[in-house]
Design a protein around this ligand. Structure first.
Ligand SMILES: Cc1cc2nc3c(=O)[nH]c(=O)nc-3n(C[C@H](O)[C@H](O)[C@H](O)COP(=O)(O)OP(=O)(O)OC[C@H]3O[C@@H](n4cnc5c(N)ncnc54)[C@H](O)[C@@H]3O)c2cc1C
Ligand SMILES: *[C@@H]1O[C@H](CO)[C@@H](O)[C@H](O)[C@H]1NC(C)=O
Ligand SMILES: *[C@@H]1O[C@H](CO)[C@@H](O)[C@H](O)[C@H]1NC(C)=O
Ligand SMILES: *[C@@H]1O[C@H](CO)[C@@H](O)[C@H](O)[C@H]1NC(C)=O
Ligand SMILES: *[C@@H]1O[C@H](CO)[C@@H](O)[C@H](O)[C@H]1NC(C)=O
Ligand SMILES: *[C@@H]1O[C@H](CO)[C@@H](O)[C@H](O)[C@H]1NC(C)=O
Ligand SMILES: *[C@@H]1O[C@H](CO)[C@@H](O)[C@H](O)[C@H]1NC(C)=O
Ligand SMILES: *[C@@H]1O[C@H](CO)[C@@H](O)[C@H](O)[C@H]1NC(C)=O
Length: 566
């Protein structure tokens, strides 16, 4: 990227503006970016650096820059809406300036860290917008003595794991399994991985953060206060500000951990395996995480026939003998033997889970290249086991659809111990497992896309009787615009409640209260952000609809601050 390249387009616009004040025929986008540029130039602290960090559509680097963190090919087409500008801050003051100027112009600012959002909302919009791209914010400092790490939001999970491993072989951090995921979206949205049952979510280990708020101030935990600090640990960063860094407490991992992967098809009693998995996985030893992957595959028995394969992929924070013993007793259908297990270091398990070849060096975690496909994801939570008849119906539906699969992620363990209002993430005790619906394809085209996204939607509809209801829960980090979006009109609170209650259950209301306080002008908004407090009568009405409680389990979350009603 040629950073010293001048901005000819800017110069032209700038001249025009100087000669004759705003011409009505000037397209809005040109006007907006010239004003934005001028506003940044007016920020005396970095006036001379503006052209190094601002990229317009006519800049030769624009497309490369934009595409560098698009991780879903669905949003990599010529018709995908493009930003007017990509701004790539290199220091805190650049972020402050971008927030200040976006606010003064009234243009939408989308914040992108790792770009893994399943609906691309960090880099797409239906209104004119600017991308604030955080990829230069990738510093990580690991302090083993105090067992903490400061990680900037543009860093990836792989980089965080690597930097911890460099300093200690017995420390780790409980986050996602895909190394290219960005810290910014992942931690602000909850963050879970294969140590969830032993350590909970990433946000359960966040002890400080730095944020640029709607007034362009840089605030740490103390300065932002408990409420905002609560919100940005699971409530989604993009509703509240630009998070620059998180400080996290590291966790202890054993020197040797065990992984295994064992799969069975329907002909090999996969149904029995799934039945038993549901009873064992959420209740097993906290050190054991057994992900279940369900997908249609070609039958090995009958040529040309499809079957369902159920694969258990596991991490045990201990040795192979111990896990074989535990599962021999609790999960006989799996038939796990020591030969099926591999013992390795924790960082080795990170590489194994990320599907790297055996023997790959940890440096691979620093590689930001990513092989993308087209994909659609959805999520659900399961609170009671699905019966044999239920599973058989699901297999039939999957075989008819042919491509959409499931990933079941067991909860339990530490997740049962954290109250559902300790963070905005409410899906704690009472959930057996989370479902991810997953369909990937390689062929571009609108018809193909409709075909596959509709498969996922059809399977989601089919699953209704088996999953949580009122609300039907969803995981924010598995972004799904099907469950509702906001137009930020006069019904923004109700619109927000449609998806907000699914993602946050009763914590939605507290998030609205915090949002109203810290960003009353709704500078930080996207298709599924938290709306501000509406006028009171509407609010009371909406709350009455939302507070339909269903079980004692949720009681802790109803005892929230009701002061909004006064
Ligand atoms: C291949 C893949 C694997 C995944 N695996 C897991 C997993 O194992 N566990 C899990 O929990 N999730 C997983 N996810 C989901 C992932 O956690 C979310 O998509 C997460 O939001 C991605 O963060 P990001 O920074 O890469 O995304 P982005 O697309 O950059 O951002 C996502 C959202 O966060 C906002 N945001 C980003 N950075 C900031 C910031 N600095 N300040 C304020 N707001 C910000 C964005 O505006 C957007 O709304 C996976 C996703 C993919 C594509
Ligand atoms: C930049 O500063 C000048 C001089 O203070 C002011 O007149 C102008 O309105 C400012 N422009 C923007 C876009 O902020
Ligand atoms: C987007 O398109 C570019 C250029 O065609 C390609 O190099 C890149 O790999 C694509 N990215 C994704 C996520 O599809
Ligand atoms: C990262 O750290 C280096 C070295 O301390 C510093 O020069 C740089 O400004 C930091 N980057 C950011 C984005 O904070
Ligand atoms: C598990 O190990 C046994 C004994 O070596 C072997 O027969 C079986 O194929 C293995 N299963 C898997 C899924 O690797
Ligand atoms: C499936 O289960 C039946 C009944 O329990 C058993 O007889 C059979 O051997 C199992 N098949 C496989 C492939 O494990
Ligand atoms: C990786 O390779 C080594 C040496 O060939 C072998 O001992 C080990 O079992 C392999 N591990 C896995 C996970 O395949
Ligand atoms: C739709 O998906 C199915 C597989 O699930 C495939 O067989 C079919 O060809 C697809 N149709 C189109 C138009 O892509």
């Amino acid at each position: 990227m040629n950073k010293s390249s001048p901005f000819p387009y800017f110069s032209v616009i700038f001249l025009l503006l100087n000669v004759s004040p705003i011409i009505s025929t000037t397209p809005t986008t040109e006007k907006e970016y010239s004003t934005f540029y001028q506003c940044l130039k007016n920020q005396t602290t970095f006036s001379d650096q503006v052209s190094n960090i601002l990229f317009t559509q006519t800049n030769p680097s624009f497309s490369t820059l934009l595409q560098a963190y698009i991780r879903n090919s669905r949003f990599n087409t010529t018709s995908t809406p493009k930003p007017i500008i990509v701004i790539t801050p290199q220091q805190g003051s650049h972020v402050q300036g971008a927030v200040f100027c976006a606010k003064s112009i009234g243009i939408q600012l989308k914040i992108r860290s790792g770009g893994h959002d399943y609906e691309g909302i960090s880099y797409i919009s239906n209104e004119p917008f600017i991308i604030l791209d955080m990829f230069n914010f990738r510093n990580i400092t690991v302090d083993i003595e105090n067992e903490v790490a400061m990680v900037q939001t543009g860093a990836t999970l792989g980089e965080l794991y690597y930097r911890i491993w460099e300093k200690s072989k017995v420390h780790g951090f409980p986050s996602g399994v895909c190394p290219s995921v960005g810290v910014g979206g992942h931690l602000s949205g909850g963050g879970y991985g294969n140590m969830i049952r032993n350590f909970g979510l990433s946000i359960d280990h966040v002890i400080d953060a730095q944020i640029v708020d709607a007034n362009g101030r840089i605030l740490d935990k103390e300065a932002m206060g408990e409420e905002l600090f609560w919100a940005i640990r699971g409530g989604g960063g993009a509703s509240f500000g630009v998070i620059i860094s998180y400080t996290v407490k590291l966790v202890h991992v054993p020197e040797i951990v065990t992984v295994f992967k064992v799969g069975k098809t329907l002909e090999e009693n996969a149904t029995e395996l799934v039945l038993q998995w549901q009873k064992v996985a959420p209740l097993a030893d906290d050190r054991l995480f057994m992900r279940l992957i369900l997908q249609p595959v070609s039958s090995k028995v009958v040529k040309g026939k499809k079957t369902i394969e159920a694969t258990v992929m596991a991490l045990f924070l201990g040795g192979a003998d111990e896990v074989v013993k535990i599962l021999g007793k609790e999960f006989p259908v799996l038939g796990l033997m020591k030969e099926n297990c591999s013992e390795m270091s924790w960082i080795g398990s990170v590489l194994w889970w990320a599907n790297f070849d055996n023997g790959t060096k940890p440096d691979a975690l620093l590689d930001r290249n990513y092989e993308a496909s087209f994909s659609k994801k959805k999520s659900d939570y399961v609170e009671k086991t699905i019966s044999k008849e239920g599973l058989e119906g699901i297999w039939k539906e999957m075989l008819e659809l042919r491509k959409t699969g499931f990933v079941f992620n067991p909860y339990g363990g530490k997740m049962n111990e954290v109250p559902c209002d300790a963070t905005p993430f409410p899906h704690r005790a009472g959930n057996l497992f989370k479902i991810q619906y997953s369909v990937n394809w390689d062929e571009p085209g609108i018809d193909v896309e409709r075909n596959f996204t509709n498969q996922a939607r059809r399977l989601y509809r089919y699953m209704t009787p088996f999953v949580s209801n009122s609300p039907r829960r969803a995981f924010l980090n598995y972004r799904d615009l099907d469950i509702g979006t906001n137009n930020f009109g006069k019904n923004s609170y109700e619109e927000g409640a449609v998806y907000g209650v699914k993602y946050f259950n009763n914590n939605y209301q507290r998030l609205v209260k915090i949002k109203t306080k810290v960003d009353p002008e709704n500078i930080f908004r996207n298709e599924q952000s938290i709306p501000t407090h509406p006028s009171k009568p509407e609010f009371a009405h909406a709350s009455a609809i939302i507070y339909v409680m269903k079980s004692g389990q949720d009681l802790a979350c109803t005892l929230l601050d009701w002061s909004l009603h006064e």
